[in-house]
Design a protein around this ligand. Structure first.
Ligand code: GLV
Ligand code: MN
Ligand code: MN
Length: 414
């Protein structure tokens, strides 16, 4: 009975810990920024598990890795997966759960010997986080043809590294074409990374879509001067503008109300000295909303505020778009399937949008796509304290497995 299949929890837990140890920050967290030595070591470990299982391992030109069963498959597979890069102060579950539970689902399907109507595959996509190279969901965006490979390879990171050279350095430039041929369907398991499921005492999220994301980098150029001698009325101070924008972002989100969120996450001052009015401030603004119209309203309000500040402070302000993705709705039939399977497993389920960006939002452009969420303790993520309790992780992995079995054995797909 395929409905009775269950993952090996011990094997999945062991792999989460083994991968989580690569780039360990010593406080339960993980630093595996894209295309670093730690990323390479994590990739090599996951690829070794794929090979041990007899999957065909394909690498594309942007370093996305897909492990397919059977190894000689030619038809589009039911694909699962996520990412194994992390933010610098990440946890061990964000992304990694989706890849390792996906591997576990594929392994369980193979060892069960069930007849498949189509291949199954598990992928990890390059640089989902976007913390080093913008935008986020970078590899999956190239995978679906949303960003040209040449442009992606030329992308320069916050530390001056270039994607193409970084991929060569870690040995992850492969011959699989990208954009790739669309899979038959895609389903991704991920921790929620927010407080909704835990607060509602719900076991599983059936994700309806992903909110829109707008990232801008703002560079303010003023006049560097002596902190003691320059009267306040004579200042053209980029640090003041950066602070004013951070305050504005908070009040904009408060005025608009949920689900609008606004974050100033990175601020750099030059020359960054105690007694110097800075010459330059560079900072990022992350705006998100489930409504495209509301997101555009927030962007317009930010632009107006930047114009006001530039005039009032006598500074010049330049902006650069780092990421801009409209809200995404997942395939209804796929979301229904996740909800039904989770209920069949005796789980409480909530349909909900995702606050975080995910590779699934890119795959949704080319194939029926869904996501499964597990609860995050305290709603904490992008933080070493990120945690999902073991029974919740296991329940999520089993829902993923069951959805994949249904998709891989169905006569036809939605
Ligand atoms: C990426 O994972 C994001 O949501 O920022
Ligand atoms: Mn993630
Ligand atoms: Mn993340």
């Amino acid at each position: 009975m395929t409905g009775d299949l269950r993952v090996s929890w011990a094997r999945l837990r062991g792999r989460l810990d083994e991968l989580g140890a690569i780039g360990s920050t010593g406080d339960g967290g993980c630093a595996r920024l894209a295309l670093t030595d730690e990323d390479r070591a994590g990739r090599d470990l996951v690829v070794s598990w794929m090979r041990d299982l007899g999957l065909r391992v394909d690498v594309d030109g942007i370093g996305n890795v897909v492990g397919t069963w059977p190894a000689d498959a030619t038809e589009p597979p039911v694909l699962t997966g996520s990412h194994i890069d992390t933010v610098r102060t990440g946890g061990i579950y964000d992304g990694n759960l989706g890849v390792l539970a996906g591997l576990e689902a594929v392994e369980t399907i193979i060892t069960s010997g069930i007849d498949l109507a189509r291949p199954v595959a598990v992928a990890f996509f390059t640089n989902e986080e976007g913390a080093r190279f913008a935008p986020d969901m970078f590899g999956s965006l190239v995978y679906v043809g949303g960003l040209a490979l040449e442009e992606a390879l030329d992308t320069v990171g916050v530390d001056g590294a270039v994607v193409g050279a970084g991929l060569e350095r870690i040995g992850y430039v492969g011959p699989m074409p990208c954009p790739a041929r669309p899979p038959a369907a895609f389903v991704e398991l991920h921790i929620e990374q927010g407080p909704v499921l835990e607060a509602g005492n719900v076991d599983i999220g059936a994700v309806t879509g992903v909110q829109g994301i707008s990232w801008q980098e703002v560079t303010v150029t003023g006049q560097s001067n002596h902190a003691g001698t320059t009267p306040m009325a004579h200042r053209h101070d980029p640090a003041y503008v950066a602070g004013a924008v951070a305050v504005f972002a908070r009040s904009l989100a408060s005025e608009m109300g949920p689900p609008q969120v606004a974050t100033v996450g990175r601020i750099e001052l030059h020359p960054n000295l105690v007694n110097v009015v800075p010459a330059r401030a560079t900072f990022t603004v992350d705006l998100r909303n489930t409504s495209e119209a509301d997101l555009q309203h927030a962007e317009a309000a930010l632009t107006a505020r930047l114009d006001q500040l530039a005039a009032a402070e006598g500074v010049t302000i330049e902006t650069r778009t780092l990421a801009r993705f409209a809200p995404v709705a997942f395939d209804e039939a796929m979301v229904d399937r996740v909800e039904r399977v989770a209920r069949d497993h005796g789980r409480g389920v909530r349909r909900m949008p995702s606050g975080a960006g995910h590779d699934a939002q890119m795959l949704a452009r080319v194939c029926p796509t869904a996501m499964v969420f597990t609860p995050s303790v305290g709603g904490v993520s992008h933080n070493p304290a990120e945690l999902t309790h073991d029974p919740d992780l296991e329940a999520g992995a089993n829902v993923l497995l069951a959805v994949m079995v249904e998709l891989a054995t169905a006569d036809s797909l939605p």
